[in-house]
Design a binder for this molecule. Structure first.
Ligand code: GRF
Length: 201
């Protein structure tokens, strides 16, 4: 399955997919393209180091849909079949999402539906949650509302700060995302009215 990754920054989740792929854990995945909307994204260095094509598409000079159309044209050019949002700090248009219905995966640093949005760690701490974690889900038109594929839990410690909690959750993200992508690329995810069913190998 030809996969494109969309990222805006650090790209550690992108790296976890590269590493999984190089280990042979993603036998059905071909990471063909990285799209960034930030020229400074560290994800670019990771793509270069591993000889993955990348492109910067600027969003600051155009309307949301115009940006998305540009991204879609690139994805078409690369015959992309699945899209990974790995720290992509932009809301995608309805047009984009319907064009790739059930083919876009995102990772979020909380146990959704708890703590959606941009401040998941802070929100979990403010709510005195005793556990948090990460969620890989399909992307729909809402913010962090799509069908859940899998989750990993992390215990919240009484003295946790946003930094300590996020770094422990990140370790789990790097396990969860390759696992979910492997299931997706092996056609083992079935979306039902009750959520996502994981089919046997
Ligand atoms: C991760 O915490 C992910 O859950 C969230 O954005 C962050 C991206 O980190 N969606 P990285 O760029 O993959 O290191």
């Amino acid at each position: 399955m030809r996969i494109a990754v969309l990222a805006s920054g650090r790209g550690s989740n992108f790296q976890s997919l590269i590493d999984a792929s190089e280990r042979g854990d993603l036998p059905n995945v071909d990471l063909v393209l990285l799209v960034v909307n930030n020229k400074e994204a560290k994800a670019i260095d990771r793509a270069e180091k591993h000889s993955i094509d990348w492109i910067f598409i600027n969003h600051t000079d155009k309307e949301r849909v115009a940006f998305d159309i540009e991204v879609m044209a690139k994805l078409d050019e690369y015959n992309v079949e699945g899209i990974i949002l790995a720290g992509f700090m932009r809301i995608l248009s309805k047009e984009f999402i319907s064009n790739y219905k059930n083919r876009i995966l995102n990772i979020h640093p909380s146990l959704l539906p708890l703590f959606p949005g941009a401040h998941a760690h802070r929100d979990a701490l403010e709510a005195n949650a005793t556990k948090s974690g990460c969620t890989v889900h399909f992307v729909d038109e809402g913010v962090d509302t799509g069908s859940i594929i899998l989750q990993k839990e992390v215990v919240v410690k009484p003295d946790d700060t946003e930094e300590t909690l996020s770094s422990r959750i990140l370790v789990q993200e790097h396990i969860a995302f390759p696992e979910a992508l492997h299931l997706f690329s092996s056609n083992r995810l079935k979306i039902t009215s009750n959520g996502v069913e994981i089919l046997p190998p």
